[in-house]
Design a protein around this ligand. Sequence first.
Ligand SMILES: [Zn+2]
Length: 270
Amino acid sequence: MRRHSLTIAVLGAAVALAALGALLGACATSGVNAGQVNLISLQEEWSLGQRLAQDLRGKLRLVDDRQAVGYVSQVGGRIVAQTELANLPWHFHIVADPEVNAFAVPGGQVYVNTGLIGAAGNVAEFSGVLAHEIAHGVARHGTEQLSRAYGLQIVAGLVLGENPSVYEQILAQIVGNGAMAKFSRDDEREADALGVTYMSEAGYDPHGMPQIFQVLLTDRRSRPGSVARFFRSHPLTEARIRDVNAEIAAKHLTGSLRHDPGYQRLRRRF
Ligand SMILES: [Zn+2]
C-alpha cells in the first residue's frame, strides 16, 4: 500500500514536472535571457502591448507630428532589425514632456520624451537610449517582472482582460512613473550589453550610449528634477558607464554613425 502511494506520488510529481516543462516551453522567453520565467507568451505580450498603447494614447501627451514620429520609428526600426524579435511589429511614440525619459511597454511599444531629444546631441546618443529600451523589450524584462510579481493566474487573466484592477495598476504605474517598472541591476546590465551590440550592428556608434549616460549624470547634478524619473527606473552610476565602455572594447564593437541631418531636423522641431 505504501509502495503504491509512493508510486502515485512519484508519478504525480513527474506529471507536474512535465506540465511545468510544457508551460515554460510554451512561454519561453526570446532566449536572450534564458532561465528567467515568463508566464506570458510572445503573442499574449503583443496583444497586451496593443491594449496598453491604446489606453496610453488617452493618458500621455503624444506628439502627433508624422515626420518626427517617422524619424524616431526609422532609427528604432534599424535597431529592432538587429534583434531576435525583428519579425514582430514595434511601435515608437514621442511624448511631449520636457523631462528626460524613455521607456518600453511590453509588446514592442517604445516611448521617448521630447526632453530626451533635447538632451541627446546626436543620433548616436539618442540611439543609445533607444537601443537600451528596445533591449529591455527584446529581453522581455517587463513581462518577466509581471510574471514574478503576480503569478500565473493573474497574468493569464490580465492578458484576457479579466483582471481590470491589476491592468489599471500597471497603466497608472506607467503614466505616474514614466516606466513599466524599476528594473533590477541585472536587467539593466543585460539591456546595456544587448543595446550596444544592436547599435553597432545597426551602424550607430555604440559609444553614444555611455556618452548619453554621462550627459544624464551631469544633468542630475545641475538639474536633478529633469532626469529623476529616468534614474528611478534605470539606476545609473559611473561604474555602469565604465561597464558599458568595457563591453564595447571587449566585443570590439564598431559602428560610426554619429551625425545625421534627420536627427538635427528632429531636434529643431522640439
Ligand atoms: Zn533600463
